[in-house]
Ligand binder design. Structure first.
Ligand SMILES: Cc1cc2nc3c(=O)[nH]c(=O)nc-3n(C[C@H](O)[C@H](O)[C@H](O)COP(=O)(O)OP(=O)(O)OC[C@H]3O[C@@H](n4cnc5c(N)ncnc54)[C@H](O)[C@@H]3O)c2cc1C
Length: 421
């Protein structure tokens, strides 16, 4: 063995919530392991998001089972820096082995021997198992329709920080998932003229009959709903913990002064064309909202729960002007818009992981995170095993499953060793 090659059973790449959960479960099983993190613990929560972001779920829910959020009202929505602090404290509390500031540069399968060789910015590792916990939201995606005119300031939502950091003038936000809708709302409240391009989405009630929607999704088994057809599960979900937690209601946002338009279809110079789908998208979102209310009502009835009635939650505001007289084209210059924020999602980057665990579209080939390359595991991806997989509480359960799979493999390997001895 070369002196500067470190041997360890399992390497976890990334010390976000996924890597931390993985380490906790491997520690419980006494599996020797190490987390390598190129930045700091929970860096995405620390520096990868806008200033005012709070967790989308209340503190009692968006956490790991082993520790409460310290000094927090458990029904409150914790600010992003406190989420990062929580994970830091978690690492200390459970004494988890993390090396920060070390980037994993490449992972290759060993030739004619088990395991993998991992090259990092600080040396080489020989390992038997690797868990990629590098995050579901790594590389910002901006669709190929961006306008090429020079006098437009364009950023991805990942680069947005606060209203003051944008040039004076109107703003168009493309994408109305949780990021786009919160950013547009913040900008409009800051006095900016804002257009929000709204595609298909789900929009659960923030709370209903005294329970937050995370509770409803839990008791109705919807967080746990299993992945069905790969690639078909993703639905943009518009939720927010901002302002103490409010239901996202596009009718209300229109009344508040946000200019809502349909999906952004194309640009020609300064002129943008929108699909004729705004009313359909809002109505489908309303259906989704109302269906959760009725499932909640059924659950209350079936289980004889004593929760307060909330009939007013079923009332929707009338169709706003933007639904009855939709805008199909807009000259950005004439409308005074000089900034576009693309809240259009993220892709993953596995260029460092040079193993046979990807399909023809470069997507991980796996079942519940166990990949097609033996010894390689994925964690934290949307719908890895269920709806909750990319969220704080869900990743903890997926990590438990993967730790068990690694343990099972190790036990088989140890059996062979015993026979050979
Ligand atoms: C705006 C926004 C708000 C969200 N709000 C919530 C919420 O309220 N509640 C909730 O449950 N979920 C929320 N999520 C979803 C999810 O919880 C977060 O995205 C979370 O950060 C994912 O954790 P992760 O550990 O899987 O990945 P990340 O937090 O992205 O961690 C991956 C880590 O891997 C490191 N890394 C990557 N490549 C390498 C490499 N080659 N070598 C070494 N290290 C590497 C990165 O530096 C990073 O620290 C939100 C997501 C977004 C985008």
């Amino acid at each position: 063995m070369t002196a500067n090659i470190i041997e360890i059973d399992t390497l976890i790449v990334g010390a976000g919530q996924a890597g931390i959960a993985m380490s906790e479960h491997l520690s419980k099983l006494e599996i020797p392991h190490l987390i390598l993190e190129k930045n700091r613990v929970a860096e995405a929560w620390r520096s990868g998001r806008w200033d005012s972001l709070v967790a989308n779920g209340p503190a009692w829910h968006d956490r790991f089972p082993g520790m409460l959020f310290p000094d927090a009202d458990q029904d409150s929505f914790v600010p992003k820096d406190k989420v990062a602090d929580y994970f830091n404290e978690y690492v200390n509390h459970f004494n988890l082995p993390v090396k920060t500031g070390v980037e994993v540069l490449s992972v290759v399968k060993n030739d004619q021997t088990s395991g993998f060789t991992v090259t990092t910015s600080e040396g080489v590792y020989k390992i038997q198992h690797l868990v990629s916990a590098t995050g579901p939201f790594q590389t910002p995606i901006i669709p190929a329709i961006v306008p090429t005119v020079e006098d437009l300031h364009q950023i991805h939502s990942a680069a947005y920080r606060n209203p003051e950091s944008l040039p004076e003038g109107g703003i168009m936000v493309v994408g109305a998932g949780s990021s786009g809708v919160q950013i547009a709302d913040e900008l409009q409240r800051a006095g900016r003229d804002v257009y929000l391009s709204v595609g298909p989405h789900d929009r659960p009630p923030r709370s209903y009959r005294g329970r937050d929607f995370v509770w409803w999704l839990g008791v109705l088994g919807l967080w746990d709903a299993a992945a069905t057809e790969p690639g078909k599960e993703h639905v943009t979900i518009a939720v927010s913990g901002a302002h103490g937690g409010k239901t996202i209601d596009f009718r209300e946002l229109a009344a508040q002064g946000l200019n809502l338009v349909g999906r952004t279809a194309s640009f020609e110079g300064h002129t943008v064309t929108f699909s004729n789908d705004l009313a359909d998208n809002i109505r489908a979102g309303d259906e989704n909202y109302l269906s959760l209310l009725s499932r909640a009502d059924d659950y209350i009835l079936a289980n004889g729960l004593d929760l307060p009635e909330e009939p007013e939650a079923h009332n929707l505001l009338p169709d706003p002007d933007c639904m009855t007289h939709p805008t199909f084209t807009l000259d950005l210059k004439e409308a005074g818009i000089n900034t576009i924020i693309w809240a259009t999602g993220y892709a993953t980057d596995y260029s460092w992981l040079k193993v046979d665990a990807f399909d023809e579209n470069n997507q991980p080939k796996h079942h519940r995170g166990v990949s097609s390359e033996q010894g390689i595991y994925f964690l934290g991806l949307p719908w890895l095993s269920r709806r909750g997989s990319s969220f704080i509480w869900g990743v903890w359960h997926d990590a438990k499953y993967i730790a068990d799979q690694i343990n099972i493999q190790r036990q088989y390997q140890q059996y062979e060793t015993t026979q050979e001895a």
